[in-house]
Design a protein around this ligand. Sequence first.
Ligand SMILES: [Zn+2]
Length: 123
Amino acid sequence: MTPVSITRPALESILASAEAAYPYEFFAYLGGNLKTGTIEELIFVRQEQNHASVTFRDDLLPLGLPILGSVHSHPNAPGIPSRADLRAFSKKGSVHFIAGYPFTEENLKAFTDTGKPVPYKTI
Ligand SMILES: [Zn+2]
């Protein structure tokens, strides 16, 4: 796959959103440039939250928006994909970030749609 990079503002926005949603989980799609594999923005869709998971509605996404992947937080669990995560990952996008608690840059990990860790670059 294309190497993954994320802009500094998008990364900061992920960490701030995870913090703001705490102790609930937060979820967003990641938009940006599909050609260069650069994540530039968070795309929020209506969601129903509880402590364990987020139900998201990808039918509410505007059509034609370039979606590179997704991000969600794990307020109470290590930042590794759960089984439910892997099922969700396979639906849309190719890179999926998980923000583990505490929500620092070190705890923000990226995975492929099959759950393999993938390195990313902040630009
Ligand atoms: Zn998860």
